[in-house]
Design a protein around this ligand. Structure first.
Ligand code: NAD
Ligand code: UDP
Length: 319
């Protein structure tokens, strides 16, 4: 049985990836320090003999007994309000954490895939974004802690590939959503759905003309899975190119949830990218992958998840 280490396993994407690798017949070692994750996301795996869990901060030395075939490094805060709250940990997990995992990959002769992000493009001057665009990031702005950590992560990964010859993969993930997102993590989908369920107005930041392109989690996991088993070492965009303004998106969510609330406008956060849409030509050609789930279907499934949360969870405010 092939062994895969998944960091950030108690998070949104890490837990879905753990499910997928278990389903494909792998032995999964999940690792997380729960800083933005939740044990509830992997509760259903805890009794599975093919799943083991190590509570550990990946910025500290990582020790794994025996052989290891693959590593998926997904540990990192991923929501703007999370990485504004824990900026140093964000920088450390992308830099020191990635260094530890690359060292582990080298020692075990394992193939490693790292989770990068569309944020490496910053507030993009090229639209849609292709992998050869170098980006437009404000190094010293509040979002810089995440963007630069991820840019460093890509650089050190390529250095380990070139200098040590280890097998590396880099996925640039564009906004992905689905069940198990943390209701209060501040990202736009849980924020709007939580507001609709609590009977609050939906908070659109800025004038809502900024765009995003939302990918359903099952499509994202499929893309990542295909990339891991491809032979390509350079970054690959995985996301859904169906772009929408945040204002139109808020209106879609008002319709979907049937809420009587309205949209209210709040200040646009510093360096909030004005537009974002992946060019997925490379992923299509290389991985024979395209997203399959339409936003209406994905949002329906995500809303069903949020709806079944308890009133206590719904009203828990972390920020
Ligand atoms: P998440 O916050 O739900 O999950 C991240 C997990 O990493 C959490 O469980 C957290 O506790 C864990 N973690 C953080 N620091 C750690 C540390 N030092 N040691 C051990 N565990 C640690 O976020 P997510 O949406 O699942 O994102 C997962 C990865 O995908 C991140 O690397 C993120 O940057 C990347 N990504 C996600 C998106 C998206 O739209 N969801 C977009 C781009 C990139
Ligand atoms: N946003 C918003 N209202 C909210 C939360 C987010 O208008 O309550 C906006 C945010 O300013 C950004 C977009 O929605 O333009 C997506 O934000 P998110 O935090 O989900 O991810 P980002 O793509 O910015 O990392």
């Amino acid at each position: 049985m092939k062994k895969v280490l998944i960091t950030g396993a108690a998070g949104f994407l890490g837990s879905h990836l753990s499910d997928r690798f278990i389903k494909e017949g792998f032995h999964v070692i999940g690792m997380d320090n729960y800083i933005t994750g939740d044990s509830k996301n992997i509760k259903h795996l805890m009794d599975n003999p093919n799943f083991e869990f190590i509570e550990h901060d990946v910025t500290e030395f990582i020790k794994i007994e025996g052989e290891l075939d693959y590593i998926l490094h997904f540990a990192s805060p991923a929501s703007p309000i999370d990485y504004l709250k824990i900026p140093i940990q964000t920088l450390k997990v992308g830099s020191l954490g990635t260094h530890n995992l690359l060292g582990l990959a080298k020692a075990k002769k394992a193939r490693i895939l790292i989770a990068s992000t569309s944020e490496v493009y910053g507030d993009p001057l090229m639209h849609p974004q292709t992998e050869d665009y170098y980006g437009n990031v404000n190094t010293i702005g509040p979002r810089g802690v995440y963007d630069e950590a991820k840019r460093f992560q890509e650089s050190i990964t390529m250095a380990y590939h070139r200098f040590h010859g280890i097998e590396t993969r880099i996925v640039r993930i564009f906004n992905t959503y689905g069940p198990r997102m943390r209701l209060n993590d501040g990202r736009v989908i849980p924020a709007f759905m939580g507001q609709a369920l609590r009977g609050e107005d939906l908070t659109v930041f800025g004038d809502g003309s900024q765009t995003r392109s939302f990918c359903y989690v099952d499509d994202q996991v499929e893309g990542i899975y295909n990339l891991l088993f491809s032979e390509y070492s350079y970054p690959v965009n995985i996301g859904n190119p169906h772009e929408i303004t945040i204002k139109d998106f808020a209106e879609e969510i008002i319709k979907l949830t049937g809420t009587n609330q309205k949209i209210i406008y709040k200040e646009l956060p510093t360096d909030d990218p004005l537009q974002r849409q992946p060019d997925i030509t490379l992923a299509k050609n290389l991985l024979n992958w395209t997203p399959k789930v339409e936003r209406a279907e994905g949002m329906e499934k995500t809303f069903s998840y949020f709806k079944q949360l308890s009133a206590e969870e719904l009203n828990k405010s972390e920020h």
